[in-house]
Design a protein around this ligand. Structure first.
Ligand SMILES: [Zn+2]
Length: 428
């Protein structure tokens, strides 16, 4: 090949590259501003996952997805499911013929009633020399229903855990796991009579999920942001709505704008998913449910976006990535960033942020799932406050950040780069 043909080839590749990029719609400040101001308006009452107003937020996102022309994940854009609250109501436990006082037992149950005698369960013991917490977790997670006697030497930890498990317990799986009863006694159990009653409340919830089919359905690039927030809180100067403009209307704006960006121009190689997760703030139930409906091995990467409404402490036009060293995801963003933008490792490793957002659920299944954020979390006065308002958002910075994410995601979408999977041994 001579110099001239190399030149022509380079030129044609360049023209192809520029034309393929320029077919994409522009990510505009107007759209970013419109989405954040709508989701963070007082009308939405802070988007608590258990509030009626959460539906307004979900409807808004679904409508945006529909206008953009995304393919609904199911019959429509909402992936609905039920969250159960199991509230201990009444119980009586007799061991060896003696009715136990309330502070001598607690149960971990996920059904409305449990009635046992000794023949229905196995009996286990946590003795003095064992680590109580470790043993409790082992019995809690095994697949048998048990009565576990706990040595009185552990009475302090026992009463702490009793306090914890006496409160409502939220779960996605009801009637599916075994039930356990912990009894504080040094005696051997010869007979038992157990009756436990729980009140069960149900809460319908919904993720909002749209997709752009790629050349293959077997490789998925997932963009996500939680759309719920903490709702109404103690009033500060008559304002009681925690608006969640930065946390996380800004992330949702990114997901919607990335959807708009990829909706026109060349068809991506990978199938793209755009997800607004619910109930992140109440235990990450949206991402947990989502992760159970999809084969995680098909997800090539998860770009989770949290709080990009304010410039990072390191400056505007920069963003950080949680769990940077765990896979090659962070390096891919770093090396392929636009010239005027920097991606780098999360500057707050002590805050454990990798495990504090929806990405962690998918990361635990091996997906290179990371959160991109710009929030100055160490100095920000508005985090989880009524002052997390639209007026504090830097729209130019937010838009630039979304553009930078779009630019690198182009390579992930067309299959040119693939982050390494999350190694099992590095998962906590
Ligand atoms: Zn958040």
């Amino acid at each position: 090949m001579n110099i001239r043909s190399v030149f022509l080839l380079t030129l044609s590749t360049l023209v192809l590259f520029i034309s393929s990029c320029s077919n994409r719609p522009e990510i505009t400040e107007q759209n970013v501003s419109r989405i954040i101001s709508t989701l963070s308006s007082d009308e939405m009452q802070g988007r608590h996952a258990m509030s009626p107003e959460i539906d307004m937020a979900a409807d808004f996102i679904a409508k945006e997805f529909s206008k953009i022309g995304l393919t609904p994940f199911d019959e429509d854009f909402k992936q609905t499911f039920t969250l159960y609250s199991i509230i201990p109501s009444q119980s009586s436990v007799s061991v060896n013929g003696n009715e136990l006082e309330e502070h001598k037992f607690f149960s971990i149950t996920n059904t409305d009633s449990v009635r046992w005698s000794l023949t229905d369960v196995t009996v286990e013991t946590i003795n003095e020399s064992e680590d109580f917490r470790e043993a409790l977790n082992t019995y809690r997670n095994d697949d048998r229903s048990s009565i576990i006697t706990v040595s009185e030497a552990h009475s302090e930890w026992f009463s702490r855990y009793r306090g914890y498990y006496s409160r409502a317990n939220r779960t996605l799986d009801i009637d599916q796991k075994p039930n356990d009863l912990f009894v504080l006694t040094n005696d051997r159990v010869r007979s038992a009579n157990v009756e436990i009653f729980n009140k069960i409340e149900t809460q319908p919830l919904a993720n909002v999920v749209g997709k752009i089919p790629g050349q293959t359905e077997d490789e998925i690039l997932l963009f996500s942001a939680h759309y719920d927030h903490i709702g109404v809180v103690n009033p500060v100067e008559e304002d009681s709505v925690a608006n969640g403009a930065n946390d996380n209307a800004s992330g949702v704006a990114a997901v919607i704008e990335l959807a708009r960006y990829f909706s026109k121009g060349p068809k991506p190689e990978r199938t793209l998913y755009f997800v607004g997760f619910t109930a992140e703030e109440t235990g990450g139930f949206g991402s947990r449910y989502f992760s159970e409906q999809i084969d995680p091995d098909k997800i090539s990467a998860m770009v989770n976006i949290e709080m990009i409404g304010k410039p990072a402490v390191e400056g505007g036009n920069t963003a950080w990535i949680t769990g940077y060293d765990l896979t090659s995801f962070g390096r891919i963003f770093d090396e392929n960033a636009p010239e005027d933008f920097d991606f780098y490792a999360d500057p707050y490793p002590n805050q454990n942020l990798f495990y504090r957002s929806d990405n962690a659920t998918l990361a635990r299944l091996g997906v290179p799932a990371h959160t991109i954020s710009t929030t100055p979390i160490d100095v920000d006065q508005d985090y989880h406050q009524v002052s997390d308002e639209f007026s504090t958002i830097n729209i130019e910075h937010t838009t630039n950040t979304i553009r930078a994410i779009a630019r690198v995601s182009e390579l992930l979408a067309n299959g040119e780069v693939t982050p390494t999977r999350l190694p099992e041994e590095s998962i906590k």
